[in-house]
Ligand binder design. Structure first.
Ligand code: SAM
Ligand code: DTB
Ligand code: SF4
Length: 350
């Protein structure tokens, strides 16, 4: 007999339970994930977020996947922080295209206090347009987290990227603990957490288990969980590694499995099919939506890498019968994810 779908968030997942989910026959795993998805979300609706790099390149960190690290020979030019008005113009274009969340990313280890006034203006301006706001600026001090909350920031993106065991093989200039500390400050400040990572960096299945386990056992599940497929960039440690050892590339089935396990273990979270869609077949993306992914990045550019683009996505949405999710729907999920664990949401009496 099949068990009832898991709908209440649990934060006591064991690694063994998560490994057992990964080990399920593929169709059984996707079926279970689809059940959890349908029990908690409108199954054919996808939340649309748009990215903008507000400060590109020249980053002091050595993340092995990233084109923006000073250690990478990727040809990405370092720029200064964009002007507030230029950022707001790009947000207005994204809103016109139907996007509901504007995610602003900076290639920083952490923001400097002198940057905060402009950052705050950006958050306020984008919010005034009626879009949700997201920032990803690196590590935050408690004071900076409070300032962002005060400005009205809806989400902060800060990825754990991989398993705790593999972390120092990917990044040496900070630790997983540093990442978890910032996530905890963001949570304390009352900002929604967006945290996920990258698969396809040559990691093992056990690393993917550890990656999902770390997210699913945080004190609260992140409200958004981006699952990125590595975009291999020439001149980065991992991009070059993958070019030299193509057998290290993750296969599509294993990618879909990772999405499905994230969906089952974090039932209320928005699971975002993030970077890497540009080189992914429509069928693999369709399997990800079936397995519970319900958010994407729109537009033809991520931060520095190409993205699928609005026309391609519109054609895919039409073929698959998907539609854009309204902000009110996303907010319902956020409320559900914040309910005390073990509570069942009651419908109002007739
Ligand atoms: N500097 C900030 C930070 O590291 O938190 C914000 C920007 S950083 C580019 C945001 C995230 O993008 C990273 O944590 C990583 O998960 C993802 N990312 C960066 N380069 C990528 C690539 N080549 N392929 C897939 N994901 C990537
Ligand atoms: C996330 O998890 N993926 C986005 C966002 N958060 C900031 C970034 C993807 C970056 C892909 C590579 C690039 O554009 O340089
Ligand atoms: Fe810098 Fe973020 Fe890229 Fe790491 S991922 S090098 S912190 S921009």
């Amino acid at each position: 007999m099949t068990e009832a779908p898991q709908t209440e968030p649990r934060t006591d997942w064991t690694r063994e339970e998560i490994a057992a989910l990964f080990d399920l026959p593929f169709t059984e795993l996707v079926f279970r994930a689809a059940e959890v998805h349908r029990a908690n979300h409108a199954a054919n609706e996808v939340q649309l977020s748009t990215l903008l790099s507000i400060k590109t390149g020249g980053c002091a960190e050595d993340c092995g996947y990233c084109s923006q690290s000073v250690k990478a020979d990727s040809g990405v030019k370092a720029t200064k922080l964009m002007d507030v008005q230029a950022v707001l113009q790009r947000a207005a274009q994204a809103a016109d295209q139907g996007s509901t969340r504007f995610c602003m990313g900076a290639a920083w280890r952490n923001p400097k206090d002198r940057d905060m006034p402009a950052i705050i203006e950006m958050v306020k301006g984008v919010r005034e347009m009626g879009m949700e706001t997201c920032m990803t600026l690196g590590m935050l001090t408690p004071e900076q987290a409070d300032m962002l909350k005060e400005a009205g920031l809806d989400y902060y993106n800060h990825n754990i990227d991989t398993s705790p065991e593999r972390y120092d093989q990917v990044i040496t200039t900070r630790t997983m603990e540093d990442r978890l500390d910032t996530l905890s400050e963001v949570r304390r400040a009352g900002i929604n957490v967006c945290s996920g990572g990258i698969v396809g960096m040559g990691e093992t299945r056990e690393d993917r288990v550890g990656f999902v386990h770390t997210l699913a056992t945080l004190p609260d599940h992140p409200q958004s969980v981006p699952v990125n497929a590595l975009v291999p960039v020439k001149g980065t440690v991992l991009g070059d590694m993958l070019a030299d050892t193509p057998m290290a590339k993750i296969d599509d089935v294993e990618f879909v499995r990772t999405v499905a396990v994230a969906r089952i273990t974090m039932p209320h979270s928005m699971v975002r099919l993030s970077a890497g869609r540009e080189s992914m077949s429509e069928m693999t993306q369709a399997m990800c939506f079936m397995a519970g992914a319900n958010s994407i990045f729109t537009g033809d550019k991520l931060l520095t890498a190409p993205n699928a683009g609005d026309d391609t996505d519109a054609a895919m949405f039409a073929r698959l019968g998907l539609k854009a999710m309204a902000i009110s729907e996303t907010q319902e999920q956020v409320d559900a994810s914040r309910m005390p664990k073990g509570c069942v949401k009651m419908e109002p009496a007739e």
